[in-house]
Write a protein that binds this ligand. Sequence first.
Ligand code: 0GY
Length: 304
Amino acid sequence: MSEATFQMDNGWFEFHSNPSVPDFKVPAGAIDAHCHVFGPGDVFPYAPTRKYTPCDASKDQLFALRDHLGFERSVIVQATCHGADNRALVDAIAHSDGKARGIATVSAAISDDELLELDSAGVRGVRFSFVKRLVDVLPHDTLTEVAERIQPLGWHLVIYVESQDLPDLSEFFASLPGTMVFDHMARPDVMQAINGKGFDQFMRLLTDNENMWTKVSCPDRLTLAGPPRYDDVVPFAKRVVEIFPDRTLWGTDWPHPNMTSHMPDDGKLVDFIPRIAVSDELQRKLLVDNPMRLYWPEEFNNGP
Ligand code: 0GY
């Protein structure tokens, strides 16, 4: 156990202390497929290579929010502030009573035994971030090697990229093996037309590559119109859900690292869901079936 103490960054926005109860009641078995744990830093130190120091956001706080919002399970995504040290993530999964699975960050030097250990711990994929303010991006051949090594485990890739970088990276993404899930619709510029070049490129990528999925998460990061309704993000996310109903996931993104405009009320984020997935069937696919297929396939294949 570390004695390290960490001071969150100046001006860091802490997560909402009292989120509302959503009006939208999520379907039974709903999964928050994008959330994080931060530290606590004195137990699970933040990485020396990190680009930001957050407030602590513990597994117990995450599980309390999950229950408050009505979700049954969580997919915890390794945040860049923990680098490739997945101990906080593994600890959270271990204390979740089987209700959490994880996406790790690994270095190219990870051994096969360590990958197997992560698999036993409940990890089901690896995240590659291409967002330069968050990470020093690894060379493509290194990433390809990692992507190939996780295939025998049945894992998938989670990709964090911003839309302006898609033209340069699309070909590389298409060359990677296995299922991959884009975070936050690859962060479209919602000021641009929904039929414009930027979003169209992302939609074409998904059309052309049936192994590609996306999270329709984070209206709070994409909006200019602002909370609580995030009206300007609705058409983008709704279109994705309607065109790719079997390849979409949704997540809170709690505790919302690096927000600068506002801190979302998590209950209001849940109320965004029925505006982008407008039928019971679309909601069930988005919140239950799709994440079950990726993260708990052994249960999903056996039927409910
Ligand atoms: C997100 C978004 C961000 C941060 C991270 O791992 C991370 O540090 O993902 C961000 O700053 O946009 O999905 O949590």
